[in-house]
Design a binder for this molecule. Structure first.
Ligand SMILES: Cc1ncc(COP(=O)(O)O)c(C=O)c1O
Length: 444
C-alpha cells in the first residue's frame, strides 16, 4: 500500500474524516493527499512521487512554494520574537501598501481567513447602513460562516426557477430563518438583479459578489452586469462588496476591481495576500471603516489578527507582485498553458474547454458553450472531470477536486515555460492512456 493511502487511513483514526479541512479530500482519488515537501511549482508526496502543482494551495501560493523572499521575511519576524496581539511598524506599512495598490482601499483591517474577512465585512455593512438583507449571487462562495452558506453547491435538480433561486444551505446546522436575510440572484443576470432591487432595495445593506467568479472555474462578469451592479447599489445606498479573497493579485496588482475598472465600497482580500501564510484583509471607504471600534461602534477584534509572521510574509509577497515583470510573466504562462490545454483537448477529441484569467482557470467538460453563471457550470460532466483529474494525478500533475460544480485550478509564478511544456507532455500521456481507459469516446 502506498504511504499516502496508509497515512490517510492513520489520519482517519483521530482527525475527523482524515482531514483538517473538509474540502481537502480529493474526490478524484478518494483520499486526501499527503505531501512531504514542496518547492517552486512542484510537490513531492510521502512516496517520493513528484507533481507539478496546478492547485497551488487553493490559490494561497501565487509566488510558488518556499519562496526565498517570504522565507527571509518570516525568519526576520521570528528573530524579533513574533510577539502576537501587539502592533508593530509593519502593520501600518502593510496597510499603507495595500491602500496604495488596491483602488477601493482607504482603510484596512487584518483577519486570519477569507471566512472571517467576509463575516466582518457584512457586519460592518449592516452597522453602517442600518439594514440587514444581502444580495448574494448563486454559486458565488464567500467562506464558511452562516450568513453566506446559501446557494453554494446546489445540485442541478434543486436550483429552483431563475427568478427565485433556491437558497440551498451549504451545510446542516444553520439556524432557521437566516436564509430570509439573503436574496439569491443568478450571476450575470441584469434583469433579475434589477428585480431584486425593486423588491428589496429599501432593506438591503449590501451586495456581496465575486468580481471574477473563480469558484466555478473562471466566469467573467459582463460589462452590462457590472454597470448595473454599481449603478443600482449607488442609487439605493446599498454597499457593494467585492469578495477578492481568490481574485486579488491574480491578474494584476490592483486585483479584479482594477482589472474591471469598477471600484466597490468595501472588499475582502485573502489567499495570495499572505504569500502562503494565513492573512486576510477587509477594507474600503474611510467613512465606512471608521464605524469600526475603537472609533465607531462595530466590533472587529481577534488575538491572532495581523500576526507579525504573516504580516511580514504579506509585505514580502506584495513587494514581489510589484516587481516590474511579475504580471507579464503570469500572463505569458497563462496564455501558453490555456492554449496548450485547448490544443490537447482537440487532439484527444475531448469535449472540454478552458476559461481563465491570470493565474487561475477552470476546465469545463461537456458544456455546449461558455459558462456565464452557476446554472451553466453545474451542467458540466462531473464524471469526465474526475477521470481527467485522476489521470493527471497519476501522471504527475496535481489538480484538486473540491466537489460541486467546475473547480478552479491555478499556477504559481515560479512556473517557467519549460514547466508548462512538461505539464502538457504529462497530460498528453495521461489523456492517451489512463483517461481513455476510463471514459468511452461517446462520453468525452
Ligand atoms: C471568494 C472566496 N471568499 C472566501 C473564501 C473563504 O476563505 P478561507 O478558506 O480562507 O476561509 C474563499 C475560499 O476559497 C473564496 O474563494
Amino acid at each position: 500500500m502506498s504511504r499516502v493511502v496508509e497515512q490517510y487511513q492513520r489520519a482517519c483514526q483521530s482527525l475527523a474524516g482524515g482531514v483538517a479541512s473538509s474540502t481537502r479530500l480529493n474526490k478524484a482519488v478518494g483520499h486526501a493527499m499527503y505531501f512531504d515537501r514542496a518547492d517552486g511549482c512542484r510537490l513531492w508526496d510521502l512516496d517520493g512521487k513528484e507533481y507539478i502543482d496546478l492547485c497551488c494551495s487553493h490559490g494561497a501560493t501565487l509566488l510558488g512554494h518556499g519562496d526565498p523572499r517570504i522565507r527571509r521575511a518570516v525568519e526576520r519576524a521570528l528573530d524579533r520574537g513574533a510577539a502576537c496581539s501587539y502592533e508593530n511598524e509593519q502593520h501600518a506599512e502593510l496597510a499603507a501598501l495595500l491602500c496604495e495598490v488596491i483602488p477601493c482601499l482607504e482603510r484596512v483591517r487584518f483577519t486570519g481567513s477569507g471566512t472571517e474577512a467576509t463575516m466582518h465585512c457584512i457586519r460592518l455593512a449592516r452597522a453602517f447602513t442600518g439594514r440587514s438583507k444581502l444580495i448574494k449571487f448563486e454559486g458565488n462562495f464567500h467562506g464558511y460562516h452562516d450568513q453566506v452558506m446559501f446557494a453554494i453547491g446546489t445540485p442541478a435538480d434543486q436550483l429552483g426557477p431563475d427568478e427565485t433561486p433556491n437558497p440551498f444551505p451549504g451545510s446542516t446546522g444553520i439556524a432557521p430563518g437566516l436564509q430570509e436575510q439573503v436574496i439569491i440572484v443568478p450571476y450575470n443576470r441584469v434583469d433579475l438583479l434589477e428585480r431584486a432591487f425593486r423588491d428589496h432595495g429599501e432593506q438591503l445593506a449590501a451586495v456581496i459578489g465575486e468580481p471574477i467568479y473563480y469558484n466555478a472555474g473562471c466566469i467573467l462578469p459582463t460589462r452590462e452586469f457590472l454597470t448595473a451592479l454599481r449603478e443600482l447599489t449607488w442609487r439605493h445606498n446599498v454597499l457593494l462588496i467585492f469578495d477578492e479573497v481568490l481574485s486579488a493579485f491574480r491578474m494584476g496588482i490592483g486585483g479584479a476591481q482594477e482589472h474591471l475598472g469598477v471600484t466597490p465600497d468595501l472588499c475582502t482580500l485573502g489567499k495570495a495576500v499572505g504569500g502562503g501564510y494565513p492573512l486576510s484583509v477587509f477594507g474600503g471607504r474611510k467613512d465606512i471603516m471608521d464605524r469600526l471600534m475603537p472609533i465607531g461602534d462595530c466590533q472587529h477584534s481577534g488575538t491572532y489578527n495581523g500576526h507579525p509572521v504573516v504580516v511580514a510574509a504579506a509585505l514580502a509577497a506584495i513587494r514581489a507582485y510589484r516587481e516590474p515583470d511579475f504580471y507579464i510573466h503570469v500572463h505569458a504562462i497563462a496564455h501558453m498553458l490555456f492554449d496548450g490545454l485547448t490544443h490537447l483537448f482537440g487532439k484527444h477529441a475531448l469535449s472540454a474547454h478552458v476559461q481563465g484569467l491570470g493565474a487561475r482557470f477552470g476546465i469545463y467538460f461537456g458544456l455546449k458553450g461558455a459558462a456565464h453563471n452557476y446554472r451553466d457550470a453545474v451542467q458540466h460532466q462531473r464524471a469526465s472531470m474526475l477521470a481527467f483529474i485522476k489521470a493527471a494525478i497519476e501522471h504527475g500533475v496535481y489538480f484538486h477536486d473540491y466537489g460541486g460544480a467546475a473547480c478552479h485550478h491555478g499556477f504559481c509564478a515560479a512556473m517557467t515555460t519549460a514547466d508548462v511544456q512538461e505539464v502538457l507532455h504529462r497530460l498528453d500521456t495521461a489523456l492517451a492512456s489512463s483517461f481513455c481507459e476510463r471514459v468511452a469516446p461517446g462520453e468525452r
